[in-house]
Design a protein around this ligand. Structure first.
Ligand SMILES: [Zn+2]
Length: 298
C-alpha cells in the first residue's frame, strides 16, 4: 500500500551505493534536506572503495585505503546528518577491465542472491518509502555502480515477496513494500554545461566536444530535479570529508566557485519503479519548494 501524502518525519529513505563518496555529488543535498526535516535515513555502502585514488600518500596506503575511506564516509555522514550507515564490506571491483574485477571478494564476483538478500534484509528492517541507487549506466560505467543498480532493483521487487528469503521472516523480520525507487542520474545538458564552464575557464575538459552529447541521461528521461541550494554548504562540507578522493589539481577544483556551485545546486533522478506511481511519482521533486518555505533549516 502506498500513501500519497508523506510527512517527512514519518518517512524512511534508503540510499544504496557502491563506494564511499558515491553519495556526495548526486545526493548530498537531498540527504541533508531530508535529514534536516527529520526523515529516517539509512545509507548502505557495498564496498570500501579499496582500489580508489589516494590524493595524498600521507592519508592512506593501498592496504589501509578501505579502512580510511570507511572513516571518511562516517565523518561525511555525521556532517550530513545520516546516522544509520551500513557497510557490506565487499571489495571495490575497480574500473572495468582491471585485475581487481577478478578478486575473490570483489562486489562484482559476489553471488547476486547473497547481495540481494542482504539488501532485502535492510529494506525489511528499515521499511523505506523511498529507495535511491545508481542508474543502470553506473553514471560513468563503473562496474560496481552497474551491479548495485541491478541488485537494489531486484531487492526492491523482492522485499515484499514472502517467498523470497523466508529465513529472514522466520526471524523477527516482516515483508515490506518499498514505495518508490529512484535512480541518481546526470542529464545530458549537465555535461554540456560543465563542458562550457570548463572551456570558458581555460580548463581542458576530460571529454571531447562530440563525446559530451553522448554522456549522461537524455534530459527528457529525468523525472525529478531537486534544488538543494539551501543545503549547498552542508553538501560541500560533507564532500570535503572524502579527503583521499579530492584532487585539488583536478579540473573541477579549478572552476570558479559560482560555476562549481551552479553544477552542484541541482540533483537529478529518474523514477524507476513503480510504473504506476501516480501522484507519488514526484515525491522527491516536491521536497524543494517545501524546503524553501522553511528558510531556518541548515
Ligand atoms: Zn563509485
Amino acid at each position: 500500500m502506498r500513501r500519497s501524502a508523506h510527512a517527512l518525519e514519518d518517512m524512511s529513505v534508503l540510499l544504496a551505493v557502491a563506494h564511499p563518496d558515491d553519495e556526495g555529488f548526486g545526493t548530498g543535498g537531498v540527504l541533508a534536506l531530508l535529514a534536516g526535516r527529520g526523515a529516517r535515513l539509512t545509507l548502505v555502502c557495498a564496498t570500501n572503495g579499496d582500489v580508489g585514488e589516494i590524493s595524498d600518500p600521507a592519508l592512506a596506503t593501498p592496504d589501509t585505503l578501505g579502512q580510511v575511506r570507511q572513516a571518511e564516509l562516517r565523518r561525511a555522514m555525521a556532517v550530513t546528518g545520516v546516522h544509520d550507515l551500513r557497510f557490506l564490506n565487499y571489495r571495490d571491483s575497480g574500473m572495468a577491465g582491471t585485475d581487481d574485477n577478478r578478486h575473490a571478494n570483489a562486489l562484482m564476483q559476489a553471488p547476486p542472491d547473497e547481495v540481494i538478500g542482504r539488501l532485502v534484509d535492510v529494506m525489511r528492517e528499515t521499511r523505506p518509502q523511498v529507495v535511491i541507487t545508481h542508474d543502470p549506466t553506473g553514471g560513468y560505467g563503473h562496474p560496481d555502480h552497474v551491479v548495485m543498480c541491478r541488485h537494489v532493483t531486484a531487492a526492491f521487487r523482492l522485499a515484499a515477496d514472502a517467498a523470497a528469503y523466508p529465513e529472514q521472516l522466520a526471524r523477527d523480520s516482516q515483508t515490506w513494500h518499498p514505495g518508490l525507487l529512484y535512480y541518481v542520474c546526470f542529464p545530458r545538458s549537465f555535461f554540456r554545461r560543465m563542458w562550457q564552464y570548463l572551456r570558458e575557464a581555460g580548463i581542458r575538459p576530460p571529454f571531447a566536444s562530440d563525446e559530451v552529447d553522448t554522456l549522461g541521461t537524455p534530459d527528457d528521461e529525468v523525472t525529478t530535479v531537486v534544488d538543494v541550494e539551501p543545503y549547498l554548504a552542508t553538501k560541500i562540507a560533507s564532500l570535503n570529508c572524502h579527503r583521499t578522493q579530492i584532487d585539488p589539481q583536478g579540473p573541477f577544483h579549478k572552476l570558479p566557485t559560482h560555476r562549481l556551485h551552479d553544477m552542484m545546486r541541482n540533483e537529478y533522478f529518474t523514477l524507476a519503479l513503480p510504473d504506476d506511481a501516480g501522484a507519488d511519482a514526484d515525491l522527491l521533486g516536491r521536497l524543494a519548494p517545501a524546503a524553501a518555505r522553511q528558510p531556518g533549516l541548515p
